[in-house]
Design a protein around this ligand. Structure first.
Ligand code: NAD
Ligand code: TYD
Length: 354
């Protein structure tokens, strides 16, 4: 038995692989294009481990994907591969359309070709699990109920629109061709190996470097935060017991305004690595121009996955954020290695006007 996991050199995919192989002998074929967000160093502890086979390539490369499927005969394909950063999608949406929409379409077609030729027993056991986001549902007003799976799709950014399109393709491949699919829509993740272009790792890295902590607009936008390992356990559970064709919202009932997140990170750093001058890190907070079309609030209603599959997060926000800050303090080498020329160019482009 084998899994084909795409995008597993990225933040969540790599955490998934590390978690999986910590408790299973089932090998993983990791297909990743290694964009700026893909980083094999995250998986360096698996060097020489025959259970992890890395292949550099694009989910849209039908020839390569078909060859990998034929060669390794996986029992499931898990699709984490995506362009994932909203701000980048605003500056340049083309890669989001290419990977998230066209890439997912090509992947589905390659997988359909493989799956339809499987013998009946393996065909019914096969799964295609698509990893998606709560951002497909759009933005909530302050008192609106959290997103349930039945919420209308109302994506607002090029990123969320491209993920919404991919979710629709996955759904259609199930309804039309019978492909045994599962979809998860998760809230904002945080934790180890998170690329420092996203809010939490950027704030930790900038704070330690003595740089401003850029808070968009009034900082009162709300996100629903989940520790990455809890997302991984939800994916494992859905793969194991999810009902075919269903979508499962994944979240930790942890809504927080951005400014509160930033202040929490500052307070933890004050405790764990105080500034040399004894001043609080919160002094570095700097309000900057808001993101265009910035969604005000996301919140996940996780009742379905809890009731049907018995999944619950293991971490509270307090325990998860402490572990995360501790991890960044203990791993400065990982951070400096991902801060390549491409990363520096991005930071320059995104924050130059602030
Ligand atoms: P990430 O940007 O850290 O990693 C994406 C990975 O995909 C990278 O390793 C990259 O090299 C790879 N990739 C990109 N294009 C590819 C292609 N065409 N072919 C093969 N590989 C390609 O993203 P992440 O935060 O780990 O997110 C993983 C998935 O989870 C995405 O689908 C994202 O939409 C979804 N998601 C993310 C969050 C979050 O908070 N980060 C929340 C919910 C859902
Ligand atoms: P981000 O980590 O980019 O995730 P997403 O946009 O997918 O939710 O951003 C999380 C929130 O933090 C979002 O409301 C935008 C805000 N933000 C800032 O205020 N400053 C920053 O420098 C970044 C990267 C994000």
């Amino acid at each position: 038995m084998t899994l084909l996991v795409t995008g597993a050199a990225g933040f969540i995919g790599a955490n998934f692989v590390l978690d999986w192989l910590a408790s299973s002998q089932e090998p993983i074929i990791n297909l990743d294009k290694l964009t700026y967000a893909g980083n094999l160093e995250t998986l360096s502890s698996l060097q020489g481990d025959a259970r992890h086979v890395f292949v550099q390539g694009d989910i849209g490369d039908a020839e390569l994907v078909s060859r990998l499927l034929a060669e390794h005969q996986p029992r499931a394909v898990l699709n984490f591969a995506a362009e994932s950063h909203v701000d980048r999608s605003i500056h340049g949406p083309v890669d989001f359309i290419e990977t998230n929409i066209v890439g997912t379409f090509r992947l589905l077609e390659s997988v359909r070709g493989y799956w339809s030729a499987l013998p009946e027993s393996r065909k019914s056991a096969f799964r295609f699990l698509h990893v998606s986001t709560d951002e497909v549902y759009g933005s909530l007003a302050k008192d609106d109920p959290a997103f349930a799976e039945t919420h209308r799709y109302e994506p607002n950014s090029p990123y969320s629109a491209s993920k919404a399109a991919s979710d629709h393709l996955v759904r259609a491949w199930h309804h039309t061709y019978g492909l045994p699919v599962l979809t998860t829509n998760c809230s904002n993740n945080y934790g180890p190996y998170h690329f420092p272009e996203k809010l939490i790792p950027l704030m930790i890295v900038n704070a330690l470097a003595g740089k401003p902590l850029p808070v968009y607009g009034d900082g009162m936008q709300i996100r629903d935060w989940l520790y990455v390992k809890d997302h991984c356990s939800a994916i494992r559970r859905v793969l194991e017991a999810g009902r075919l064709g269903e979508t499962y919202n994944v979240g930790g009932w942890n809504e927080k305004p951005n400014i509160e997140i930033v202040k929490t990170v500052c307070a933890l750093l004050d405790e764990l690595r105080p500034r040399a001058d004894g001043q609080p890190y919160a002094q570095q907070i700097s309000y900057v121009t808001d993101r265009p079309g910035h969604d005000r609030r996301y919140a996940i209603d996780a009742h379905k996955i809890e009731a049907e599959l018995g999944w619950k997060p293991a971490e509270t926000f307090e325990t998860g954020i402490r572990k995360t800050v501790q991890w960044y303090l203990a791993n400065p080498q990982w951070v400096s290695n991902v801060q390549s020329g491409a990363y520096r160019d991005w930071v320059q482009k995104q924050y130059q006007a602030s």
